[in-house]
Design a protein around this ligand. Sequence first.
Ligand SMILES: [Zn+2]
Length: 221
Amino acid sequence: MNRLLALFFPPKCPYCGAAIPHDMTECLICRANFPEHPRIEALPSGEVCIAPFTYSEKVRKAIIDFKFHGNRFNSESLAAAVAASVREVYYKDMGFEFITCVPMSRDRKKVRGFNQSELIATLAAKQLDKPFVSLLYRDNGAAVQHQKTYEQRINDEDDSFHIVQDAVIKDKNLLLIDDVMTTGTTLSRCSALLRKAGAGRVLCAAVAIVDEYSKDKNTTV
Ligand SMILES: [Zn+2]
């Protein structure tokens, strides 16, 4: 954050709201309480998704402030946590050449001003020193995923995702990033499209994974 700006509007910790110095992305207490290792969850497609966080109340606040209230400062901390998880789990024996993200329809992006998954993916790409490429797009008019319940998402026949025409991904390993993994159906659909277009391995990552308890309660994200 700009130093002068930070003097008048000190940045706040995305997770607890405490004022923090301008050169930090979260407070020391929250950082100390970050989970020690990433979560790893199976996707319906057979792949796995990793995430630095479970979708707890504090992480939910950080994501909601960022996603719906436009607080992009939070994205730095969330993206750094994703990058750290990717390094820990995927760098050991699995390389990847590009980073891409779950797309948002053009109409929705116009309303919100940005695609939160794309912003996280581009920031993580910088930290991981890999190129970010847009490989997928979504039809306008596609139903809004976060307003659906878990059951609706699982049973949803959604064919609104597509691959960009000139995507050159044959035999390339990719890292696919989403913001929150609920059922994993979105990531599964996107990775299936990428593999159908010739991609090698599709590694998936999210900021947070919604746990089983929340899924049973039909939580919307
Ligand atoms: Zn904090």
